[in-house]
Design a protein around this ligand. Sequence first.
Ligand SMILES: C[S@@+](CC[C@H](N)C(=O)[O-])C[C@H]1O[C@@H](n2cnc3c(N)ncnc32)[C@H](O)[C@@H]1O
Length: 224
Amino acid sequence: MRLKHKAWSRPYLEEHASTVYRTEEMLGEKGKTFLNASNVYLEIGTGKGDFIVTMGSRHPVARFVGIEKSTTALAICAKKVVEANLGNVILVNADAGKLLEALPANAFTAIFLNFSDPWPKKKHAKRRLTYDKMLSQYFRILKPNGLIYLKTDNVDLFSYSYENLLRFRYEISKKTDDYDGHDDFDAPTEYEKSFREQGIKINRLIAQKGTGTYETIPQSEKTI
Ligand SMILES: C[S@@+](CC[C@H](N)C(=O)[O-])C[C@H]1O[C@@H](n2cnc3c(N)ncnc32)[C@H](O)[C@@H]1O
């Protein structure tokens, strides 16, 4: 998401400490307390926040953590969370690749990957949010039988992610290349609204964490 830097964004994030946790707070007692609930959901790459705000409003008993590396996008998202007065949504301005490594195991009921950057070039594959290293981390931080919900307009990212999830022994419970948006446990994102207006089809899958681990994958299957 290329957003023009907004000077108010960093001060805004710092001023709203009950919604926006600093990385060290997320990894300390404050974060542990928030994660200590039966249903905690993680969205990686919140963008401007329509998804997490709608989900947080519709599901007040559940808790939501949003990670976003763009300060400006997260500040726009944080404004919506604050204005909606959502105590069950917290945000962290961080790169998920680094933050996830430090988060506790078995913390999340599900992870949402909404319209993640596709990084189409092979040399950038490691930056995809469904690259091996990320799938290993998701496996670790998800609770048993935890879910990954993935939506994207990008056909190549979708098939790459599908194949990689299978390699990591996730079970795919739903998969469509023409998602109609009708699911009680979902909400449209900014990108999704724009794609739908343009008539672009949305791919979606739901993957469930299996019992194997990356270490149990035969060596021959470890490279695509
Ligand atoms: C294409 S935008 C989609 C935004 C939003 N999910 C939507 O659907 O409208 C991808 C977002 O993910 C964020 N992002 C990409 N990689 C990330 C990472 N490793 N950690 C945190 N945020 C990331 C980007 O900054 C960007 O805001």
